[in-house]
Ligand binder design. Structure first.
Ligand code: B4P
Length: 191
């Protein structure tokens, strides 16, 4: 199995590049952001609790997202591989993911880490907020809180995978197609 983590701060283009990658490599796309937004849209108990946290720009508790990913992996026994988008976002999530994959006799093949300047992240998310209807994109304070959470809790995830030599840095600025081309070169190198 080929299992890829697409990593980067909020607005770095994880969702955008994931759509293209799953089409090209036939991977199963698992986005914790999408899974949470679907719970919110369906007004489940989990969704209502998650929305309160997401609207503050904070991370949803580890046990909630780990449970969602565990269920999604089990629901896709025939997947050729997974593309994890927006997960793991804490060291505890990374360790839990390794254990879940170990149970399936597989592991993370590579982490691609998108690098984008803070001002560009803010510009992109403010712009998306004009049309997305996403309540976590509506004001700059919430966007900055999300970027702070990333520095406080999520950058450690890249350090976790660096110890296994699995991290490749990708310049996340430029056109969507240029970035996709660079990502594909890295994927083709190790596939
Ligand atoms: P996510 O849904 O993961 O989303 P994101 O980080 O905001 O965005 P992404 O990087 O996917 O950006 P996109 O491609 O859309 O998280 C939302 C929230 O859910 C989190 O804040 C958290 O509360 C919660 N959550 C999710 N996972 C969690 C977890 N594991 N643990 C705890 N909590 C969790 O791109 C953004 C914009 O940029 C788009 O408008 C796009 O069109 C534009 N763009 C993309 N590439 C571009 C380029 N090259 N040039 C110009 N613009 C570009």
């Amino acid at each position: 199995m080929f299992n890829l983590i697409l990593f980067g701060p909020p607005g770095s283009g994880k969702g955008t590049q994931s759509e293209k990658l799953i089409a090209k490599y036939s991977l199963k796309h698992l986005s914790t952001g999408d899974l949470l937004r679907s719970e919110i849209a369906n007004q489940t108990a989990l969704g209502l609790e998650a929305k309160k946290v997401m609207d503050k720009g904070e991370l949803v508790p580890d046990e909630v997202v780990i449970g969602m990913i565990s269920t999604a992996i089990d629901q896709n026994p025939d997947a050729k591989g997974f593309l994890f988008d927006g997960f793991p976002r804490t060291s505890a999530q990374a360790e839990a993911l390794d254990k879940l994959l170990d149970l399936k006799n597989t592991s993370i093949s590579i982490m691609l880490a998108l690098e984008v300047s803070e001002q560009e992240l803010i510009n992109r998310l403010v712009k998306r907020g004009e049309t997305s209807g996403r309540s976590d994109d509506v004001n700059v304070d919430i966007i900055k809180a999300r970027i702070n959470e990333y520095h406080k809790k999520t950058t450690a995830v890249a350090d976790y995978y660096k110890q296994f030599d699995k991290v490749v840095l990708i310049k996340g600025e430029g056109t969507v197609d240029e970035i996709f081309h660079h990502i594909c070169q890295e994927v083709d190198n190790i596939m």
